[in-house]
Design a protein around this ligand. Structure first.
Ligand code: FES
Length: 149
């Protein structure tokens, strides 16, 4: 059986929403200290709706596919709906990930949440801090084997 589903391969080879957004409403950058992968998500939010979302990921195929799928899942959603997107939903939408690659999807969930937190902070919007557990924002980890998108 193939390690990756066709959906993962498609989102790895031709990812959606790659890039950055000028004057974003919120930016989230998270990293995994163990593998060194880094994911950055940009959000454009108008009237509480995610009008645009882009990503830059220095990471493995699963991280890139997870980023791509996560951006598709939150596009057009309300901020609250985007906040409710979990890594399990990302994995399900990808048709599954190998067990040792599940942390790549966690990075996608965290990057979205981190970008929303930044949006809240920038706009003085009150929120429950419990919604945002501490993220690992290490940027200078080992970048061995990284692939830039
Ligand atoms: Fe660490 Fe994929 S994000 S190996």
């Amino acid at each position: 059986m193939a390690l990756y589903t066709d959906i993962v391969m498609k989102h790895f080879m031709t990812p959606s929403n790659v890039g950055s957004i000028e004057n974003p409403s919120g930016v989230g950058e998270v990293g995994n200290a163990k593998c060194g992968d880094i994911m950055k998500i940009y959000l454009k939010i108008e009237d509480n709706i995610i009008k645009d979302v882009k990503f830059e990921t220095f990471g493995c195929a699963s991280a890139i596919a997870s980023s791509s799928m996560a951006t598709e899942l939150v596009m057009g959603k309300t901020v609250e709906e985007a906040l409710a997107v979990t890594n399990a939903q990302v994995v399900a939408a990808l048709g599954g990930l190998p067990a040792h690659k599940l942390h790549c999807s966690v990075l996608a969930e965290e990057a979205i949440r981190s970008a929303i937190k930044d949006y809240y902070d920038q706009n003085g919007i009150a929120y429950d801090p419990a919604l945002f557990p501490a993220f690992d924002e290490e940027e200078d980890e080992n970048e061995e084997g990284v692939r830039m998108v």
